[in-house]
Design a protein around this ligand. Structure first.
Ligand SMILES: C[S@@+](CC[C@H](N)C(=O)[O-])C[C@H]1O[C@@H](n2cnc3c(N)ncnc32)[C@H](O)[C@@H]1O
Length: 371
């Protein structure tokens, strides 16, 4: 089967129940003997198809549409001025989205561009990393890098040895906003596969303790594997289903709630989700976020910091959730935090990190201190 036929098969099998990124990962895993350049081509072809879907003619065979998607992606990369802004705004997201977040020309352009791969390195390995990966560029933070090459870094020996993590730049900003100090005890309540747990641990210099919980046991298994690779040992992984019973009676210096969300901020990296996410997801997830915030809040010590983060940008899941919590909890004060991308700007209590400004996923962060 040619790479084009393989890409077409992945597109055909993708559905709301079988997201394209998962189908792609599973297919490429089954065909591990495929040359890495072919595998990279298939990924690019599948993502370009969904990124440019609304520009593609429905009556063409899938293979032809995939080729058109790749042509559009290449043209946009080299001559973006040929794409009228109004058309980009109108076609880059589903119609319902405009009522839930501001879709302007810069946002649309950021969604149509090929996403950047961001790394976070352990400082002692930076030199070696630059030697081995010549297409690395320094990012906005001291330990952050933009990778411009096309190698599959999951197979890189430095990655396998825990010298660096692959982590979106907006997610790196969340860790910096938490700014955990050595000696503090933190709870990463929706730790998932541990992206932010590992960062919190690194920021604490591997000292003191992070409780990392999630309701998905398989995600915590992945977290344990990643932590072992990163040589991160100051964490305790525990199951927590989001109920009002926290996983421990410990009172924390800091809690990060990186809540489940509609993921509108990841539509650049994961374009298939644009066409499978619905208004109902936004509404249901906003209710879950409000509930989880309420449930983690009592686990903070007086003076402890609560950081709410979501990789989405809908009003319902961002400002509305944060404002409702501020209104409801008189035992919490809003906490002004510095935007790591704009360290000279005045601190704010709620922050949107727009993909067009950061080159990463879209994120929203709000912070409070327990009185
Ligand atoms: C945005 S992801 C977390 C990503 C992770 N913090 C990272 O940086 O890699 C949200 C996580 O919330 C978990 N989750 C969803 N519903 C939950 C619930 N009711 N209680 C606890 N965790 C939940 C999901 O399993 C998912 O791992």
């Amino acid at each position: 089967m040619s790479p084009l036929q393989l890409a077409a098969r992945i597109v055909e099998r993708s559905s709301p129940e079988n997201p394209a990124d998962l189908v792609l990962r599973q297919t490429l895993f089954r065909r591990r003997s495929l040359p890495p350049s072919d595998a990279a081509w298939v990924s690019r072809a599948v993502f370009s198809f969904f990124r440019w879907q609304r520009w593609l003619a429905d009556d063409l065979p899938i293979e032809a549409r995939i080729e058109d998607g790749l042509r559009l992606a290449a043209r946009f990369a080299s001559r973006p001025e040929e794409f009228p802004e109004a058309e980009l705004v109108q076609r880059c997201v589903p119609d319902w989205a405009a009522a839930h977040l501001p879709v302007g020309a810069d946002f649309a352009k950021s969604l149509q561009a090929e996403p950047v791969l961001w790394l976070r390195s352990r400082p002692e390995f930076t030199e070696e990393l630059f030697r081995r990966l010549p297409t690395l560029e320094p990012g906005p933070f001291a330990d952050s890098y933009r990778y411009l090459g096309r190698e599959d870094l999951f197979h890189d020996r430095g990655f396998q040895a825990g010298q660096f993590e692959i982590q979106d730049i907006a997610s790196q900003a969340v860790g910096r906003i938490c700014a955990p100090r050595p000696g503090e005890v933190w709870w990463d309540a929706c730790a998932g596969e541990g992206g932010k747990t590992l960062h919190l641990s690194a920021l604490m210099g591997g000292k003191s303790l992070i409780w990392a919980s999630d309701r998905a046991a398989w995600r915590l298994d992945r977290l344990r594997q990643r932590a072992a690779r990163a040589k991160c040992f100051n964490y305790r992984a525990v199951a927590w289903d989001g109920s009002e019973r926290p996983p421990t009676k410990t009172r924390f210096d800091g809690v990060l709630l990186d809540a489940p969300c509609s993921g509108l901020g990841t539509w650049g990296r994961n374009p298939h989700a644009r066409w499978t996410t619905s208004v109902r997801d936004v509404e249901e997830l906003a209710a879950i976020q409000a509930r989880l915030l309420r449930h983690v809040a009592d686990s903070l010590k007086p003076g402890g910091r609560l950081i709410y983060a979501v990789c989405t940008l809908s009003h319902a899941e961002t400002t509305a959730v944060a404002d409702a919590f501020t209104e409801e909890r008189s035992d919490f004060d809003t906490l002004a935090v510095v935007n790591p991308f704009q360290p000279d700007d005045p601190p704010v209590t709620q922050m949107h990190l727009w993909p067009q400004d950061t080159g990463g996923n879209g994120m929203f962060v709000a912070a409070w201190r327990r009185l």
